[in-house]
Structures are given as structure tokens and as C-alpha cells.
Design a protein around this ligand. Structure first.
Ligand code: TIU
Length: 223
């Protein structure tokens, strides 16, 4: 039974912490530190770091209530057999997935750049999902893990807003999960995509879900 209410748009979201998971998308060095995959695509990665501190506040609030916490990481097997050639070649980058960077091989599991930033590092017992694509449901066991735990609502943080966050929210929405995206806990390399990526979630009565922020989330969780 829903017993908490989060102020959100387009309207308040009722949720029960027992059936709600915090999902932190791809807060990996590869996307938010220089020398990683995000930079290899031509991006200024510093803009994404703003999301770290508010996400940490929400993470702390969820941990306090022993809510389910899921961390995802985008990346590939060291032999790259799970990486579509189309993804490797896209954009004709100077450095490709699997090439050496200053934090190890770009977007490869087990490398320093692939791991989650220290500020948001998973605690023992928290779920870590390694995903080869942009969406966290594609080619992973996220859906059975959420269903087996009775999860109905996802509080979503992470990067980037219009790529892995939006793809995951759309996948989750089609699977019947209610998603609320926290606007200061997600980040894009492009300010205009940050704005549009959030607007299209909450438009049309919440066509993909809700948008709120870290203050509202912490207030609701701690209430
Ligand atoms: N490039 C970009 O904006 N994002 C990604 O490649 N992956 C994620 O969003 N995690």
C-alpha cells in the first residue's frame, strides 16, 4: 500500500518504500571523468558531475530506509563479443570502445573507467547490473530482479538524461513500472537535451512517468 507522497510533475507520486527501488544509471568514471568513453565521443564530461552530490543525498535516504538500490554500468566483455560493431564504429571516434584510455580500456568491464564513481559506490548487497546497451532492461536480468523483489516504482538518477536514463525509463514504463526521474540527479552533456529529456517524460499527463528533484525525494522518503 502506498504510504508516501512525493511532490512531482505532472502530479504527486504515491509510493511505498517497500515496493520502490532507487535506480542509479551508469554513474561510471567513463562518463563523468576525463580520459573515458564519454570524452572519446567529443563531450565535456565536467557538466555531468553536478548530479553526484544530490544523488548521494537520495542514496543515503534510501539506504537509511533499507530500500532496494540498483546501480547499472554500461560496458562490454573484455573480448568485446557483446559489443555490436555498429556501436564500436558509430561516430568514427579516434579512440573506440576497447581502446586504451587513461582509465584503462574504454567501456570495458573490470577497467577503472568502467567502475562507479567513489562517491556513489555500491554497498555490499546492492544490485549491480552490467548492461551492454543504453537501456538497463536490454540483455540483463533487471526485470526478474525487480519483479522477484515486488518492486513497482523506480526512483531514477544517473547519466545521461536523454540516452541511458530515457531509454531505461521507456523500457520500464512499457513493463508497467512507475518511474520518477529526479532532475538534479540526472545529467546530459547538452543543456537543451537535459531540458527536453525531462519535459518529454512528464508531458501528456506523465506519458513515461514523473519528474521531481532530490529535495522532494528526500523529504518524501524521510517523512
Ligand atoms: N553518450 C551518452 O550520452 N551516453 C551514453 O553513451 N551512455 C549513457 O547514457 N550511459
Amino acid at each position: 500500500m502506498a504510504n508516501k507522497v512525493m511532490t512531482a510533475e505532472p502530479y504527486s507520486l504515491e509510493f511505498d518504500p517497500k515496493s520502490t527501488a532507487l535506480v542509479i544509471i551508469d554513474m561510471q568514471r567513463d562518463f563523468v571523468e576525463s580520459g573515458g568513453f564519454g570524452e572519446s565521443l567529443g563531450n565535456d564530461v565536467s557538466i555531468l558531475r553536478k548530479a553526484i552530490a544530490p544523488t548521494k543525498r537520495v542514496l543515503d535516504a534510501c539506504r537509511k530506509l533499507k530500500m532496494m538500490v540498483v546501480h547499472t554500468r554500461e560496458g562490454h566483455r573484455p573480448d568485446l563479443t557483446d559489443c555490436p560493431p555498429s556501436k564500436m564504429e558509430r561516430g568514427q571516434p579516434k579512440r573506440r570502445i576497447g581502446d586504451d584510455g587513461s582509465m584503462g580500456r574504454l567501456l570495458v568491464r573490470g577497467e577503472k573507467g568502467h567502475d562507479i564513481v567513489p562517491e556513489l559506490y555500491p554497498n555490499p548487497g546492492e544490485v549491480v547490473i552490467d548492461k551492454p546497451g543504453k537501456g538497463a532492461f536490454y540483455a540483463t536480468d533487471l526485470e526478474p530482479i525487480l519483479r522477484n523483489s515486488g518492486i513497482k516504482t523506480l526512483i531514477v538518477c544517473g547519466v545521461t538524461t536523454e540516452v541511458c536514463v530515457n531509454t531505461t525509463v521507456r523500457e520500464a514504463n512499457d513493463r508497467g513500472f512507475n518511474c520518477v526521474v529526479l532532475e538534479d540527479c540526472v545529467g546530459s552533456y547538452f543543456p537543451e537535451f537535459q531540458q527536453a529529456g525531462l519535459a518529454m517524460i512528464k508531458a501528456q499527463g506523465g506519458i513515461f512517468g514523473w519528474v521531481s528533484n532530490s529535495d522532494n525525494a528526500v523529504k518524501a522518503i524521510a517523512a
